[in-house]
Design a protein around this ligand. Sequence first.
Ligand code: 3H9
Length: 707
Amino acid sequence: MTDLVQLTSDNGIAVITINNPPVNALSPGVPEGISEALDQIAQNASVKAGVLIGGGRTFVAGADIKEFGKMTSGKSRGAGLLPLLLKIEDSAKPVIVAVHGTAFGGGMELAMAGHYRVALATAQLGQPEVKLGLIPGAAGTQRLPRLAGVAKAVEMCVSGNPVSAEEAQKLGIVDRIIEGDLLSGALGFAQEVVGKPAPKTRERNGKLGNAAENALILSAAREAVAKKQRGLLAPVSAINAVEAATKMSFEEGCKAEQKLFIECLFSEQSKSLIHVFFSEREVAKIPDIPKQTNILPIHSAAVVGAGTMGGGIAMVLANAGIPVLLKEADQAALDRGLATIQSNYANSVKRGRFSAQVAEERLKRITPTLAYDAFTSVDLVIEAVFEGMALKKEVFRELDRVCKPGAILASNTSTLSIDEIASATSRPESVIGTHFFSPANVMRLLEIVRGKASSKEVVATCMQLSKTLGKIGVLVGNCRGFVGNRMFGPYRREAQFLIEEGASIEAVDQALSDFGMAMGPLATGDLAGLDVGWRIRKEYRHLEVPGIRQPFVEDRLCELGRYGQKTGAGWYKYDDQRRAAPDPAVGELIRKWVKEAGTAQRQISVAEVTDRCLYALVNEGARILEEGYALRASDIDIIYINGYGFPAHRGGPMWYADTVGLRRVYDRISEFHRQHGELWQPAPLLKQLAEQGKAFAEFGREQGATA
Ligand code: 3H9
């Protein structure tokens, strides 16, 4: 028996315990250990049944994801779980699988091979492989429809979302919910089933439906995938694999699943999504801030500014159970802000996201105020006033005056220097940036901007807070635009240059949307409000270098009052439902403006559109990385996937560049440099890595994300 699996016994029932912390993944050694335990159970006449259980915080959360990289690079052949699962199912003595925590992926497949499943009410069961660009690869697509029916199996394998133990019981996946101690409950269940014929999941064909019903289920699923999971391989493969269960024998279905699983495993999409999985966890690790750093308690908070961002941030805090003061300068603005929050909550209730009672509780946690008086006791303040340095400094001077020592003073600025804002206080160590993305109550990204003086405790607390708020916090350094917006500038600049050089608005947006971006760059501008960038450009105009080309169309649109969706017109025109349509008037205006400016017009290919926009992101990302404003290339990827609609299956902009090959990216950027001038100067780090034949993923810094 390996160290990872233990065999004990209790009153004639063998207990196989998997101990592979933290999540009992099926790493090498675990399947072998279970197999050996089964052999011993078979040989021991005094044992009547077996219970399979996970030690620690969970049952098995799946195959060991780290092994997949070894398999695709030929360093490992993979464990091949199928024979083990058949061995469990063929055991002459019943095997009861006891589930707590999560039975995910290979863990769920392992559970389904048992003759019975019992679970704690808090357990979750699911086939989340699709989120890694995979499908279940150990007969999950064959056993799940046999237990839960075809429609549910398709839904679970395509969405990757788990079901609760209670739902699993209703579906027929779980046989009993255990109250109290799981092992005692499982042992009791085992005593009840000893001597009775043990059902084999693979032989339970009763829920496989009929051809006509299944055809409808499968075609509806394919249609939904084409719309909602555009361009993704794994959801389509998952449907095909479940279809195989409905049309073939179990053995043939397993072979079909294996083939589809291997195709997915070797796809770029899966490698990218696995990169995203590990990057999301890596992001929380900050080299110079040890795990045991003191986390400051956040029992109460305040938000300054009840505009779109301030209101959204107040909701995020309230949703996480933190009482929050919401301050505005005048009653009318405060009323408007509160009315928006109320209507947002009402909409969520209408859509069934939560009950009216929950909405009311959340709303009650938000206390409107016109004064700073009550700020004296709060643990955290987030400033979200209009984006202007003078105003921000005024607010921070006031916060410095009223807030208790140790309170965290955060700014939601998206562009301004945290250090300069901090200089308005006597306690710059307590000042930090918390840059939320709009709509704040929806978007997952939170850029945490570390100022020169921000203390380690304050940084660690904000990283922890991001989790409490259901966000993914990424630590960035204090440079203009931080990481996300600093890169977004060149990206949108190129989109506009392409328009000025002859591409149509729709062609540019379509090219990026076909690449997988949630929205094209021009439509994104309309959504965010073109006036936001216009105002920032005006603030920084003094920094522009004479002779360097600047896009001008967007400023002209703003001068005409075309701010985007909010004014019903921007790059596109909008109806009162904010549905976009091309606006021929804009096309005419652009043609007139570029003629006046003397910009040469030409045919522009889709490849040029995507390369110019995406490589502008990559080139700036390389500078950010080299300058230490992001800790790792993968942090930049996480920012772009969670804050800017970059497709996760492409792994983020830096990973995407790595997959293209940095030599190719560098050559193309050098070509743009020759054609379009200084703005395309290749980043030194990109040049260096390209020449060394390396990837961004290989570039590590001792420290970074510090000012
Ligand atoms: C699969 O099963 C394919 C099959 O069909 C069979 C094919 C033959 N492997 O998330 P956390 C690590 S595909 C390796 O922070 P939480 C994770 O990286 C798999 N490592 O904790 C982290 O490491 P570190 C299907 C794993 O409590 C640590 O464990 N299964 C795995 O917030 C803690 O993780 C899935 O997709 C793994 N499978 O959430 C489930 N899982 O501390 C993926 C976790 O060094 N896992 N780690 O950063 C999850 O969804 C969450 O981790 C879970 C726990 C909900 C389980």
